[in-house]
Design a protein around this ligand. Structure first.
Ligand code: MG
Ligand code: MG
Length: 275
């Protein structure tokens, strides 16, 4: 018999402070991988750069070995949406690549992704990345101002549909998630508006907020490697993600050194360090 979703793990302030440590290591590893992304570089080289930062910090990877995943980051290039496996693929001028990684410190997880355009960016790709990133920050702001987890998807959806110009699609097959003593936990965090409000936003709730947007149809397929998700129409896609904590004084973006202040303050939300 099914009893619905598993219970949400609410964290103590001490546990969330360790998650912030994991988020900061992850942030540095992503900085290094993003800096290394250039024409002529392979996706495997980005994985090596990322893994070296984790190793040096004494952090573990939550991606490596996850259901058999063979690397420390997912590298998803162009029509690849998520879960691309680093390998011999050589990055070319104009490629759009999402780099998604995670780190574990003392058993506590972090998860964050960024999109990079290699070399000269096509304006349409730049717009896709900019809107996806801005949508993520709208979703994060809704965690501070909203009452239920469903407010995050509603804020992302409202923002994306308000952007002038050619409409962008919000992926529905993959969503954000709770995070803590495991990488993927309850609740699901949808990136679109539904009639279901979801659980209440309460102190101790930690979420990975990760909108995935596409230029074309939101239809996806999984390649023969059983991991790489692609758009079925071959159009480009984009993902941005941060791990965020709710505590009794406010919210703090665990995978950003400033807690997200640079992007949240203009939206009227001042992140507060975890007490
Ligand atoms: Mg991720
Ligand atoms: Mg995630």
């Amino acid at each position: 018999m099914a009893f619905g979703q598993p219970r949400i793990e609410y964290k103590t302030n001490a546990q969330m402070r360790i998650m912030r440590d994991a988020g900061l290591v992850l942030n540095r590893a992503l900085d290094a991988a993003v800096a290394a992304a250039a024409p002529g570089v392979t996706t495997k080289q980005l994985d090596d750069v990322f893994a070296a930062v984790l190793n040096e910090a004494g952090a573990k990877s939550n991606f490596l070995g996850y259901h058999g995943f063979p690397a420390t980051i997912c590298t998803s290039v162009n029509e690849e949406v998520v879960h691309g496996i680093p390998g011999g693929k050589v990055l070319k001028d104009g490629d759009i690549i999402s780099i998604d990684g995670g780190a574990i410190v003392d058993g506590w997880h972090s998860d964050s992704a960024r999109t990079v355009i290699v070399g000269q960016a096509d304006p349409e790709d730049q717009r896709l990345s900019d809107v996806t990133q801005a949508a993520m920050w709208r979703g994060i702001a809704a965690l501070a101002t909203g009452s239920h987890v469903g407010d995050i998807g509603a804020a992302i959806d409202d923002y994306v549909s308000s952007v002038p110009g050619k409409p962008l699609g919000i992926l529905e097959d993959y969503v954000g998630h709770g995070i803590g003593s495991e990488m993927h936990m309850a609740p699901d965090v949808l990136n679109y508006r539904t009639s279901h409000h979801g659980p209440k936003i309460k102190p101790g709730l930690c979420l990975a907020i990760e909108p995935m947007l596409v230029c074309g149809s939101i239809d996806t397929a999984v390649l023969e490697d059983d991991w790489t998700v692609v758009t079925t129409d071959g159009k480009r896609s984009c993902q941005w993600e941060h791990s965020v904590a709710v505590h009794e004084k406010g919210i703090w973006v665990l995978s950003a050194p400033d807690g997200g202040a640079e992007h949240l303050v203009p939206l009227g939300v001042v992140p507060v360090p975890i007490p």
